[in-house]
Design a protein around this ligand. Structure first.
Ligand code: DGL
Length: 260
């Protein structure tokens, strides 16, 4: 099984993308709804939580782990790989970085994410490792996660806040923008409209799913141990009807959330 974890429900955007790329594969999802959000927490706490999330997924028998959360990917990947050496661990930053280097033409790139993601500077470092000439402009957008969770996807207030967050990046004439947070794909249309058609939007969820698919093609020995079937399991560390509603909004259908 493919294990996928997030700080909450937003990571279902990655699940949706994985279902699109790998429809036959069985997944176990864990959303740490009791302790969400991670994006406002310190690196030490995020690492601690990410280790526990991974242990939970491993206890369910998963053979690979996908860190769907951009915040945990940015801050905790190294710690997870150091600790869980026997299993492939995927994160959502690298696939987006690779895509950025393929699509930017003017070498001015923007990143939006939670405070912890932007403060980690990981996108900047990884992009510069591949192409030192690319200029990276980032902006933390802490208000977007609560707006998405409230379902304020098309509200005037959300558009105004987005305008404020995106304006500094627009001024830098970026031609590529990374949605560096699980929740932002739900705002993709408004973000695209605000940035203009010229700007290419890179969705880390979609890129990660393609990345995993390619990896499995190149690693048949891992592919063969992943279970196929429909018995997907969705665990949360706390349950409220709101989580169920957000899940339905993201996946386009209701799912049964199990309490971990
Ligand atoms: N999952 C987080 C991320 O992708 C957003 C929500 C949170 O702050 O925990 O960065």
């Amino acid at each position: 099984m493919i294990g996928i974890f997030d700080s909450g429900i937003g990571g279902l955007t990655v699940v949706k993308a994985v279902f699109q790329q790998l429809p036959d594969y069985e997944i176990v999802y864990f959303g740490d709804t009791a302790r969400t959000p991670y994006g406002t927490k310190s690196p030490a706490t995020i690492i601690d939580y990410a280790i526990q999330d991974t242990e939970f997924l491993l206890s369910k028998g998963v053979k690979i782990v996908v860190v769907a959360c951009n915040t945990a990917s940015s801050v905790a990947t190294e710690a997870l790989r150091d600790r869980f050496t026997g299993i492939p661990i995927f994160e959502v930053v690298t696939p987006a970085v690779v895509k950025v280097t393929q699509v930017t033409k003017n070498y001015n790139v923007g990143i939006i994410g939670t405070r912890a993601t932007i403060n980690s500077n990981i996108y900047n470092k990884k992009i510069k490792d591949l192409y030192a000439d690319i200029k990276v402009f980032s902006n933390a957008c802490p208000l977007l996660v609560p707006l998405v969770e409230e379902g304020w996807l098309k509200r005037r207030e959300t558009k105004m806040i987005l305008k404020k967050y995106l304006y500094p990046l627009k001024r830098k004439q970026i031609d590529t923008l990374v949605l560096g947070c699980t929740h932002y794909p739900l705002l993709k249309d408004i973000i695209q409209a605000k940035m203009g058609k010229r700007v290419k939007i890179v969705d880390s969820s979609a890129e990660t799913a393609v990345y995993i698919k390619n990896y499995l093609t190149e690693h048949p020995e891992i592919d063969v141990i992943l279970k196929r079937g429909n018995n997907n399991q969705f665990y949360v560390s706390d349950f409220t009807p709101t989580f169920a509603e957000i899940a339905k909004k993201i996946l386009g259908r209701p799912i049964h959330l199990l309490l971990a």
